[in-house]
Design a protein around this ligand. Structure first.
Ligand code: FAD
Length: 459
């Protein structure tokens, strides 16, 4: 039987998913994964820090989105997962830390009476009470920005106090420009409720199990999960193999690395959009320029370890978010030991501080010491911290988080179709496709594997 050879470029969670799915498809495929780094996992990276195993990038994934959980169930690691010990987070508002509204969905309070009245504009509180009806119908299949939908339904103060800091912090982006269809489709669905957005969100909230975990991680870090996935396909993985170019030869593809080349029937680029754009410059220039046009934010993550007696954190909180309007470098601070019981070792207090947004790249112009100094200044203001850390570690993630503008999913579909015409046998997947999170990356990997199987499988 004619064996098809598939090369996957990139061994982050997306590329590993593609390869795992192809190798378990029952098709007669030879799969090679080429990874430029000496380790697999990409942005899922766990390392030793202050006597603990701490994540340098993603530290958890959404439990309620199915794709990642399903994959991890399949590889048999889910039973080891843990969920946050503390579920409450705060927001830095008008010079103090305020708890996020409870209950809320994506920061939108479902009950205005649960909030201190000084926070919410009284007109906006009334809009929430009345159901948050949009001024015009939210049509099926159309996209608008999260900002415009939330502002329209429940007012500017709800958006600026809660939704913007939460989603803008997580995605390092501008929420007024973010595609609701890509980043928060549940808001579009809720806004179609006859009584409005809040009525739709309340219905969703009532249908969900309040005790169900929101996030999962592994006590040995996210790097451990991805290591277990990589172990399932270890014979296919070639580390330290940076792909320099891909070129067509008859009906096949030549994938060149610094040490040699592979000839394959299909190539799946499971890298960032920019890395895929570079590899497609000569074979599919239009796809390449479309991918280059996707804006990305660079972020830095600083891990800090303090003597317990030197830092006093609110015990029931997992961390806090800082809105852009506060002007700080810090976008979020996670209290790792409060959030995860396995990181509460009793001797030191670990926190992770994020900086960087697509429209605020000040962190990039600071060296590590300067960055830590600035962030300690922000912590002095927000937490009253006046001591130095025992240890710190700075992890830079250049152009790491794709920004999803209105109409993103439609543009992605056009881009994928264009590539299929220009370069049949080359496929795309990654965290710039359906969304930046781990479940969305796994979903993109699943879909790329399905596309390869449809074209090259025989079963
Ligand atoms: C600081 C930070 C915190 C985050 N927190 C969370 C979180 O808590 N929860 C969540 O769900 N998501 C989070 N994310 C997002 C999530 O981590 C990523 O979206 C996801 O891991 C992306 O996986 P990927 O495989 O698509 O890309 P990557 O992890 O970037 O993997 C791509 C791989 O391709 C390789 N590569 C690139 N070019 C080439 C080439 N030419 N040849 C060979 N190999 C190549 C790279 O070395 C890399 O290993 C976070 C991201 C960051 C930066």
């Amino acid at each position: 039987m004619d064996k098809k050879k598939i090369v996957v470029v990139g061994a982050g969670i997306t590329g590993l998913t593609v390869a795992y799915r192809l190798l378990n498809s029952g098709e007669n495929f030879e799969v090679i994964v080429l990874e430029s780094e000496k380790q697999t996992g990409g942005k899922l990276k766990t390392s030793h820090f202050a006597g603990a195993l701490l994540d340098e990038g993603a530290d958890a994934f959404l439990a309620r989105a199915p794709w990642a959980k399903d994959l991890f169930d399949e590889i048999g690691i889910s039973k080891e997962f843990v969920s946050p010990a503390s579920r409450s987070a705060s927001i830095w508002v008008n010079g103090s830390l305020q708890p996020l509204p409870s209950p809320n969905i994506l920061g939108i309070p479902l009950d205005p009476d649960s909030l201190p009245s000084i926070l919410l504009n009284s007109d906006d509180a009334l809009k929430i009470k009345q159901g948050g009806k949009p001024s015009k119908a939210v049509l099926e299949g159309s996209d608008i920005s999260i900002g415009s939908l939330v502002r329209d339904c429940v007012g500017d103060s709800v958006f600026e106090l809660f939704v913007d800091p939460l989603l803008g912090g997580i995605n390092a982006g501008v929420v007024d420009e973010m595609s609701c269809e890509t980043m928060a489709p549940q808001l579009l669905e809720a806004a179609r409720h006859k009584k409005g957005l809040i009525a739709g969100l309340k219905k969703m909230h009532q249908a969900s199990d309040p005790q169900a975990p929101i996030f999962y991680t592994h006590p040995n870090g996210m790097g451990h999960i991805v290591k277990k996935l990589a172990e399932r396909i270890s014979e296919s993985i070639r580390k330290d193999s940076n792909v320099i170019s891909i070129n067509r030869t008859n009906k096949q593809w030549v994938i060149e690395t610094k040490t040699g080349s592979e000839i394959a029937d299909a190539v799946v680029l499971a890298t960032s959009a920019q890395d895929a754009a570079k590899l497609l410059t000569s074979v599919s220039p239009t796809t390449s320029s479309r991918l280059s046009a996707i804006e990305h934010a660079s972020v830095s993550l600083v891990s800090l370890a303090f003597k317990n007696s030197d830092i006093n954190l609110p015990k029931d909180q997992s961390g806090f978010l800082v809105p852009k309007s506060a002007g700080m470098l810090m976008t979020a601070c996670s209290f790792s030991g409060n959030k995860w019981a396995h990181l509460d070792n009793g001797s030191q207090t670990l926190i992770r501080v994020s900086s960087g947004r697509v429209d605020d790249q000040r962190h990039d112009n600071l060296n590590d010491e300067e960055l830590v100094k600035h962030l300690l200044g922000d912590l002095a203001i927000t937490l009253g911290l006046d001591s130095q850390p025992l240890e710190f570690r700075v992890t830079r993630w250049p152009t790491a988080l794709a920004q999803f503008k209105i109409g993103h999913l439609e543009r992605m579909k056009e881009t994928f179709d264009l590539l299929a015409d220009e370069s049949p046998g080359v496929f795309l997947s990654g965290s710039y496709h359906f969304g930046v999170g781990i479940p969305a990356s796994v979903r993109s990997g699943n879909e790329a594997a399905v596309s390869v199987i449809e074209k090259f499988g025989i079963n």
